[in-house]
Design a protein around this ligand. Structure first.
Ligand code: G6P
Length: 367
């Protein structure tokens, strides 16, 4: 019934609306007096200070969170990060060295391939840190250390709020590593902490744009192919949005690095093909907009996700989805929200079983 769904028609919608609260619950206990306090006893500061290479390993949406984590850790701490799909990592005979850290990300803590990757890393003597939502789950128990995301239960098969809290923990870790690696001053740490604590309010502002997102969903509901393009961290949001939309609506979606369009995908653009551009990074904004102009001139129907205040030629887009202006590296926390809501509303308009899409499971515990 709708009672267990808090009055919402579906868990997916309920869980998206829970995002501000979940992020707050995840972040606020770990920020004290302008400092990040991770509270992982097994990972003392001197161990983290010595880490010189990070492998992030996960599946699905958790892997996409890892891709954002890579941008954050590389930008703030200048530590090289590799992100792998767990089912690939475990069969790749990965190369480890002494000061490596393997980070496993999993909402359920039970995904078979992620668990196998964790066991492999442990067997090789590499230190493991799990970012997990479900307390006491297998991955949480077996990893050397665990950072819980504290989002509460996620019921809908398509993951939404878990992604946001995974990002939140990764940002905390990036700031912590940045300090320990001499890349961030105390003042910079305090600034990041303050801005992170402001994020729940900005996520709520993004959710408040739902009426515009519903009109965009109406525009797209009959399309059978949707393309997402973006650069840098926006490209990782495209990957997650494309996954979300295909999972719940059964629409064929592809995410493309905007600069790669010319190397193939542009051949698929014809009159009316929807192309969703994600452009939240000021340094890349003109580049992505120019790619959108290219597809527009070939007939594409262009939707743009950009920040409040960014200049947009009114001829370019059929729908504009604005997100709050926050620090560049933190923008995924707000920019994913309209894209999750868009996937949800398109699926509802198409009459899909949003919370339980065909063929999918919440947690994949077999290989
Ligand atoms: C399944 C779910 C996805 C999830 C993925 C990884 O495919 O349908 O929503 O992202 O597993 O799950 P995990 O629990 O490890 O985060």
């Amino acid at each position: 019934g709708t009672a267990e769904k808090g009055g919402y028609p579906h868990f997916m919608l309920k869980e998206i609306h829970e995002e501000p609260e979940a992020v707050k619950r995840c972040l606020s206990p770990r920020i004290r007096g302008g400092k990040v306090e991770l509270g992982i006893s097994g990972l003392p500061d001197d161990t983290l200070a010595a880490v010189d290479h990070i492998h992030i390993v996960a599946c699905g949406t958790a892997m996409h969170a890892g891709l954002v984590g890579r941008y954050a850790i590389e930008a703030l701490a200048r530590i090289p990060v590799e992100v792998s799909i767990a089912s690939e990592f475990r069969y790749r005979d990965p190369i480890f060295s002494k000061h490596d850290l393997v980070i496993l990300i999993s909402q359920s803590g039970e995904t078979a391939d992620t668990l196998a990757a964790l066991r492999l890393a442990k067997e090789k003597g590499v230190r493991t840190l799990a970012i997990v939502n479900v307390p006491g789950s297998s991955i949480a128990r077996e990893a050397n250390d665990v950072l819980y995301t504290w989002a509460g239960p996620e019921i809908a098969v398509a993951s939404t709020k878990a992604y946001l809290v995974q990002l939140s923990v990764l940002y905390l870790l990036a700031v912590k590593l940045g300090c320990l690696h001499g890349q961030l001053t105390e003042q910079q740490e305090a600034d990041y902490c303050r801005e992170l604590l402001e994020m729940p309010a900005h996520i709520q502002e993004a959710i408040d744009h739902e009426p515009e997102i519903i009109s965009c969903a109406k525009q797209l509901k009959d399309d059978e192919h949707v393309f997402f393009i973006g650069r840098g961290v926006d490209y990782t949001l495209c990957q997650e949005s494309s996954l979300k939309l295909k999972e719940v609506s059964y629409v064929h979606c592809e995410a493309y690095a905007a600069g790669e369009l010319k190397h193939g995908t542009i051949s698929l653009i014809e009159e009316g093909t929807p192309v969703i551009g994600v452009a939240t990074q000021p340094s890349l904004y003109p580049k992505t907009v120019s790619n959108l102009e290219e597809v527009k001139s070939r007939g594409a129907k262009v939707i743009l996700v950009c920040r409040e205040g960014d200049k947009v030629d009114s001829e370019l887009t059929t729908n504009l989805l604005r997100v709050p202006k926050v620090r560049d590296i933190l923008s995924p926390l707000v920019a994913i929200v309209p894209l999750q809501l868009l996937a949800y509303h398109i699926a509802v308009l198409r009459g899909c079983d949003v919370d339980k899409p065909r063929n999918l499971a919440k947690s994949v515990t077999v290989e």
